[in-house]
Design a protein around this ligand. Structure first.
Ligand code: ADP
Ligand code: MG
Length: 690
């Protein structure tokens, strides 16, 4: 048998799996499942454990489980309304009784015999101390044979057209195709044995169709370990490349630094001073700086970048500041320009909307070294951008970029120092691991005199009062954001909802006010035009999707209304809310909560009680669980398919150590070429592993 690598199955279409025809293929495609590899790594979301048989007295509300009992009543059929039949029967074991009921499944009347034994499986409900199970599956008899057929079944994220049973069946076929192949294990043998990890093939089989809960745990452990190991290996390999690539620049201590800092329009906070010191130390050392500055919205990250750029220029180097949007680029440019002008530092804005000739002028200026600092978007990454002597690269709102993009810019210089900024609040331990290739500084303090944004959670009954409040603010000369509901995975629908809202209010309640709209489906130039006119005060109410969440700074906007706030992650709401409260005026955030659930109410309460991004994210975790909060996608890393960075933190530490050890004994992975190749495929474009 010729061994094949797991990732070779990426080249094998799921069409080759029994039961997959063209129509199912296209349904799977919607789930991003194209290859056999994609399918086999579509891991179960959870399991139905039919294998454990509990006593009826021990059944708990909300759990999915099995019990065995005797039918002690006739099947009763009720018809509460047309087209609905509810069948009920009482089941009993030596410990208690339970009512089983089914909707529109009349076959049960014939299938269940009074006095006979059955095993039931389903979701238990306990209401006012009465137990019931709704639509359970059941099997007759209590023979050992019967019990053996009880299994732990996988539960996949299904869609309307691709149901649970179909996915299970196809998955079974896919797992079966592995029977006759020898899968090459990518984890080095010694790591596998040291951590007692199960084999790859066995793990894939067990994760989908576990023989027992223990086997499933073993399989999961192995797959989680592998995933985190690959993640860490990629990041660490990358970091060691960065560090060993040669010496960095040793910046000096220019005379003018003190004056520059003293004559800033404000005094740095203690936190800013501390972070600046860390940055300066890095810059003055001979190692290449690779530092992340993390700080809440409004904590004043920009000025750290500005001072670092100043230092670089005064030491004879050029600097670049990259941001994710044109709006932000322009904003930074405008705020930095006056600070640099006094010291004769040539600063330019490179935006893709500039006329060709002007762009060419900037390219020339950078290449010849006349321009000292450039602010821009992804446009900075293009080949045409060259520097004479690039010494410092800063990326703002790092979570919007991939790891790869950060390096493309850095590669335009000779080992320049790199500084990245993000407001995404994540606990420090996790940040260290997630940003395994960066050192971290935290600005954990806001500038003085900030008035906390007053935040209110309201329901539909308050609509008119909120509309009056909006009008009041506009009459006072202030501006307002109305943020439309988040529609996950569909920018299109999100955009539509914004368009509809904007049309509605500009034709009705706010007919007499200037209403603008901005969403992700608009062309970049259109977006810029709208933002410019909002910044200039020509628009009073800006209806928007979540695209305004990063960096936008219009201090005159003092009210934000968020529709369907319950759909947002709290971290995201916090980012959004950071668009107001940027001037001296009292600012407000109104959250329309359309959900009546307890969890939603608690989450909204957290938002109204705290203005601290770290507190908010931690509380959110507590009540909601991590969900996609640590979604690696937003950090420009490969998506994790099975590991959970919160729950699996212990495994993560082990995997990280293993990855570190491997790189120490085999730097650059020259002795593990297959692994290295696998890793490149795993990281895709995001990280180069040269
Ligand atoms: P963020 O960390 O969200 O990027 P910014 O750097 O945009 O925050 O700063 C937000 C606002 O606070 C800016 O208007 C900036 O000029 C101001 N600011 C920054 N540092 C201070 C400070 N130490 N004292 C007063 N205002 C400050
Ligand atoms: Mg910022």
């Amino acid at each position: 048998m010729k061994p094949i690598a797991f990732d070779e199955l990426k080249n094998k279409s799921i069409k080759f799996i029994k039961g997959v025809g063209e129509s199912r293929r296209s349904l799977f495609e919607k789930l991003d499942i194209n290859s056999v590899f994609d399918l086999l790594t579509y891991y179960p979301r959870e399991y139905e454990d039919r294998s454990k048989i509990k006593n009826i007295a021990d059944l708990e509300n909300g759990e999915n489980c099995s019990f065995e009992g005797t039918i002690v009543s006739n099947v009763n059929e009720a018809r509460p309304r047309r087209g609905m039949v509810i069948s009920r029967v009482t089941v009993q074991d030596s410990t208690g009784r339970i009512t089983a009921l089914w909707f529109n499944q009349q076959y049960v009347r014939k299938a269940l015999l009074l006095g006979e034994n059955y095993i039931f499986f389903g979701r238990i409900e306990r209401k006012l101390n009465k137990l019931q199970i709704v639509n359970p599956v059941f099997e007759a008899g209590s023979s050992e044979v019967m019990k053996k057929s009880l299994k732990i079944l996988p539960v996949y994220s299904a869609t309307r057209n691709l149901g649970q049973n179909v996915i299970r069946t196809i998955m079974q076929e896919a797992v079966r195709t592995l029977d006759n192949v020898q899968l090459e294990d990518m984890l080095p043998e010694d790591i596998r044995s040291r951590h007692k990890l199960a084999g790859l093939k066995e793990s894939i089989r067990q994760i989908h169709f576990p023989g027992s809960a223990e086997k499933m745990q073993e399989a999961r452990y192995r797959l989680v370990f592998e995933e985190l190991f690959m993640l860490q290996l990629g990041l660490l390999n990358y970091k060691s490349l960065a560090v060993h690539k040669g010496r960095g620049i040793q910046f000096g201590k220019p005379r003018e630094m003190e004056a520059f800092i003293t004559f800033l329009p404000f005094k740095l906070t203690t936190a800013q001073q501390r972070v600046l010191e860390e940055v300066e130390q890095d810059m003055e050392s001979e190692n290449v700086m690779n530092r992340l500055v993390q700080g809440d919205v409004g904590s004043g990250k920009t000025i750290i970048a500005v001072i670092a750029l100043f230092k670089a220029v005064k030491c004879g180097y050029q600097g670049a500041l990259m941001v994710p949007t044109e709006i932000l680029a322009e904003q930074h440019f405008k705020s930095i320009k006056p600070l640099f002008q006094e010291y004769g530092i040539a600063l330019e804005l490179l935006s893709s909307s500039l006329p060709k000739k002007q762009k060419q002028g900037i390219f020339d200026g950078l290449r010849e070294g006349r321009i000292k600092v450039v602010v821009g978007t992804h446009a900075l990454l293009e080949n045409t951008v060259e520097f004479q002597k690039l010494g410092l690269v800063v990326t703002d709102e790092q979570h919007r970029f991939g790891v790869r993009q950060r390096t493309i810019l850095a590669e335009k210089g000779q080992n320049p120092d790199v500084l990245v900024m993000t407001a995404t609040p994540i606990p420090r331990t996790l940040a260290l691991i997630l940003y395994g290739d960066l050192d971290i500084s935290v600005i954990d303090q806001l500038p003085p005199g900030r008035k906390p944004i007053k935040t209110y959670s309201v329901n539909e009954a308050m609509r008119e009062r909120i509309n009056n409040f909006i009008r009041e603010k506009v009459m006072e000369g202030r501006q307002v954001y109305i943020v439309c509901p988040l529609v996950e995975e569909s920018e299109e629908i999100e955009a539509k909802s914004a368009v509809v809202t904007a049309e509605d209010i500009s034709n009705n309640v706010f007919r007499d006010l200037k209403v603008g709209i901005i969403h992700g489906k608009m062309k970049s130039a259109e977006k810029d035009a709208v933002m410019k006119s909002f910044a200039a005060g020509e628009i009073s109410i800006l209806v928007s999707t979540t695209i305004i969440e990063v960096g936008v700074n219009v201090p005159n906007a003092t009210l934000m209304v968020v529709e369907n706030a319950e759909r947002f992650g709290l971290a995201q709401l916090h980012q959004l809310r950071g668009r107001v409260g940027r001037g001296g005026e009292q600012s407000y955030c109104v959250l329309f909560n359309q959900s009546k659930s307890q969890v939603s109410r608690e989450r909204m309460k957290i938002m109204s009680q705290s203005n601290d991004g770290f507190v908010i994210s931690e509380k959110d975790l507590e009540i909601r669980g991590p969900g996609d909060f640590f979604g690696t996608k937003q950090h420009g890393l490969p998506e994790l398919k099975i590991a959970n960075l919160y729950r699996d933190i212990e495994v993560l530490k082990l995997a990280q150590n293993s990855a570190r050890e491997l790189l120490e004994t085999d730097p650059g992975l020259r002795g593990n070429l297959r692994l290295k190749q696998y890793l490149s495929g795993y990281f895709g474009e995001k990280v180069t592993l040269s």
